[in-house]
Design a protein around this ligand. Structure first.
Ligand SMILES: Nc1ncnc2c1ncn2[C@@H]1O[C@H](COP(=O)(O)OP(=O)(O)OP(=O)(O)O)[C@@H](O)[C@H]1O
Ligand SMILES: [Mg+2]
Length: 194
């Protein structure tokens, strides 16, 4: 198995890098995993030496099928780079994290449009992130999201400090709620990769 997961959304600060890292942590318990940090401002790459169970790299040679890894997670920068269409075509699964606000859901349109152009909507998954405690999704937001005609992950990720800290603490092990959410999302991801 050599599968590519593309984590992308042209909207910044929606949790692409945090989610890429947490999925790498859980998936590397079972698979050989690499994370490619495509952000030139480099965030995940700065953590390279802290993680031993999977590889974090900014080298793009891994974008060509290789036998070295089972799963390669590509963490995209917020802006839409020129090679995004190529990455979309390469992906076995495209994860689009978003906050659950109307403007956030609308801001996904550029990304969704590119995915549509490449006929890859069926391989895409919207992940609702940073859901505030005690709030329900409003009908308007759901309507805007459903209009994108992309599968929405059953697992929603809450707005939790442990996700922010996970980058330094190498995961969310100390927070049962966050761990359950990441484990459930990992299961959904694995099912979609099969
Ligand atoms: N579920 C969450 N709960 C609380 N904070 C979160 C969660 N997910 C991400 N964050 C925080 O939100 C901020 C943005 O996250 P992150 O850097 O992962 O987003 P990004 O989409 O990669 O941003 P960029 O577009 O700049 O690359 C960070 O401070 C991160 O710790
Ligand atoms: Mg990022």
């Amino acid at each position: 198995m050599n599968k590519y997961i593309l984590c992308t959304n042209s909207k910044g600060g929606v949790g692409k890098s945090t989610l890429s890292l947490n999925l790498a942590i859980t998936l590397s318990e079972e698979f050989k995993v690499a994370v490619i940090d495509l952000d030139h401002q480099g965030s995940l790459i700065l953590l390279k030496n802290q993680y031993t169970k999977f590889n974090i790299t900014n080298e793009q040679y891994l974008l060509y099928p290789n036998q070295e890894y089972d799963i390669i997670i590509i963490d995209c920068p917020p802006y839409l780079q020129k090679d995004l269409p190529k990455l979309i075509r390469l992906a076995d699964l495209i994860i689009i994290p978003t906050r659950a606000g109307i403007l956030d859901v609308l801001a996904m349109s550029g990304t969704v449009h590119l995915i549509e152009k490449e006929k890859m909507k069926h391989k895409s998954l919207i992940v609702l992130n940073m859901i505030k405690h005690n709030t329900t999704l409003t009908e308007e937001v759901l309507n805007f999201m459903v209009a994108h005609k992309i599968k929405i992950a059953k697992t929603r990720l809450s707005d939790l400090v442990s996700f922010t800290r996970s980058v330094a603490l190498k995961g969310v092990f100390n927070d049962k709620k966050a761990q359950r959410q990441i484990d459930n999302l990992t299961l959904e991801v694995k099912n979609l990769l099969n």
